[in-house]
Design a protein around this ligand. Structure first.
Ligand SMILES: Nc1ccn([C@@H]2O[C@H](COP(=O)(O)OP(=O)(O)OP(=O)(O)O)[C@@H](O)[C@H]2O)c(=O)n1
Ligand SMILES: O=P([O-])([O-])O[C@@H]1[C@@H](O)[C@H](O)[C@@H](O)[C@H](O)[C@@H]1O
Length: 469
């Protein structure tokens, strides 16, 4: 048995009978939710959430089928056969403990979570921590294990518990020291029983409140759709603009849902969005403004689906982000050129140059700011701050027959946004100078900063402008 190492490990409990999902035909851990079998989703979520140590999947009922799948997908994940699975899921946990690092996550294979919830849980101190949810959005309180809380700790738990303060979210961080003494007796042994034994022995079960974060417990066929809803709710872009929040996401969510169980990849969706933009540019240039405007908006809707699909399948990548950003810039250039030509006016072409400069400068300032300082400030908002708004204005301008005005509005809005960001940069510098004067900190000489100035901030790397502005 390989050393368990010291990094945080994980045990995925996947040994249950899955009686209520027997109709699916395959073992419950292989039931697909939002495009991924449950056991693959569980392992990917744990890894995306920061679990770097030894990961084990505990199998039981139809264990060979599950084991074969896990070994094919994750050669570095260990599969543990639990011969006592009929006694309850507590046997699955205790069977894994001796093979795991000192601290590890326990995850139910049938509880669909987000990487962010895993991150929040593993950041919570304690020998035994339970993820709970005081504001469940997708889980069924009738089926779930309920918990009572006092001072941020679980003090009672059980199905049907009354009164209760939150639901048990089926995700835990444990230590071997806490769990090793809790086994021993013969007969049924549920994971809930082990938690109660820990409490009865005076152990503290800290609570990490997910407070409404998307998660779902998949026990019945009806739960599958609810779990897909939870997965899609978690894919919302963090940089959405007004049009994206109120129009594109609503239209795009249905498209993403249909793509989840297909072999279509996020990169292919990015390319489809670019193709629609290119087609719209051709129509606009020929003067077919209405048709071109519709395709502009469809391209914008699809531009949101690639990221949703990648996040839903837990396969977001830096390569995909760069591809998406570069295609977005190319699409912007084609659409604006098409609009300018389609305006059939000299000032429409001039407005097109302004709009094109703005459509490139806004994401560029963001990319350079992120490369130099990391996160961009909240105030990077504004009328033309995000691509969805710029494309929405262009689509509307085409549909209403005023392309030149739309180009001017986008160009002016983008110019204002770039000025806003440069002022934010100046404000940041003044703030730092005041800080240095107060603390007497050393001033960087021109030589120290020339390199930065010449190469535009910390290193010359950094992806060029994300999908947003
Ligand atoms: N002996 C067992 C029993 C259950 N589990 C796991 O514990 C979680 C909760 O199982 P539960 O839903 O209570 O039972 P299932 O067998 O999954 O489903 P059903 O009740 O429909 O049979 C699941 O991830 C299941 O795979 C386990 O690892 N070992
Ligand atoms: O819902 P289910 O999978 O039958 O039962 C599960 C329990 O076995 C587990 O102890 C708890 O942590 C989960 O939240 C869930 O309640």
């Amino acid at each position: 048995m390989r050393s368990a190492g010291s990094e945080l490990g994980a045990a995925v409990l996947a040994a249950g009978l899955g009686e209520r999902l027997r109709a699916c035909g395959c073992p419950k851990p292989l039931v697909r939710v939002a495009g991924l079998p449950l056991v693959e989703r569980a392992v990917r979520t744990l890894r995306a959430g920061g679990v770097r140590g030894k990961t084990m999947v505990v199998v039981g009922h139809r264990g060979e089928e599950v084991a074969e799948f896990v070994r094919s997908r994750f050669p570095d994940v260990e599969v543990l056969e639990n011969p006592d699975y009929a006694r309850g899921n507590g046997t699955s946990v205790l069977g894994a403990v001796p093979h795991l690092p000192e601290r590890f996550v326990v995850a139910m294979v049938d509880h669909v979570h987000t990487p962010d919830s895993v991150r929040r849980l593993i950041a919570t101190p304690g020998d035994f921590v339970a993820a709970v949810d005081s504001r469940p959005s997708f889980a069924d309180p009738g089926e779930a294990t309920r918990v009572r809380l006092e001072s941020g700790r679980v003090v009672a738990l059980g199905k049907g518990l009354e009164p209760y303060d939150a639901l048990d979210a089926g995700l835990f961080v444990c230590s071997r020291a806490a769990l090793e003494p809790l086994g021993g007796e013969p007969g049924p042994l549920s994971w809930n029983a082990i938690k109660r034994k820990w409490l009865a022995s005076g152990g503290e079960l800290a609570a990490c409140d997910l407070a409404g974060a998307p998660w779902a417990d998949v026990d019945t066929p009806e739960d599958i759709e609810r779990a897909v809803d939870a997965v899609l709710a978690a894919t919302r872009g963090s940089r959405d603009g007004f049009i994206s929040r109120h129009l594109n996401r609503r239209l795009g969510r249905g498209i993403t849902r249909r793509l989840l169980d297909t072999s279509v990849t996020p990169d292919q969706v990015s390319l489809m969005s670019f193709a629609l933009a290119a087609a719209s540019a051709g129509l606009l240039a020929r003067g077919s403004l209405a048709a071109g405007g519709v395709l502009v908006q469809l391209s914008s809707v699809l531009d949101g689906c690639d990221g949703e699909l990648a996040r839903a399948r837990l396969e977001s990548s830096a390569e995909g982000q760069v591809l998406d950003a570069v295609l977005d810039r190319g699409a912007d250039a084609l659409i604006i050129a098409g609009m300018a030509l389609g305006s059939r006016s000299r000032w429409g072409v001039q407005a097109g140059f302004l709009a094109l400069a703005g459509a490139l400068m806004v994401p560029y300032t963001r990319a350079r700011w992120e490369a130099a300082f990391g996160e961009v400030p909240e105030e990077f908002t504004g009328f033309a701050a995000t691509r969805d708004v710029r494309l929405g204005v262009l689509a509307l301008g085409a549909l209403t027959g005023v392309p030149a005005s739309a180009l001017l509005a986008v160009g002016a809005g983008a110019a204002a946004e770039v000025v806003r960001r440069l002022l934010a940069l100046r404000g940041r510098r003044l703030g730092e100078r005041d800080g240095r004067e107060e603390s007497g900190g050393e001033h960087l000489s021109d030589e120290d900063t020339l390199g930065d100035r010449r190469f535009g901030g910390r290193g010359a790397g950094g992806a060029y402008g994300g999908g947003a502005g």
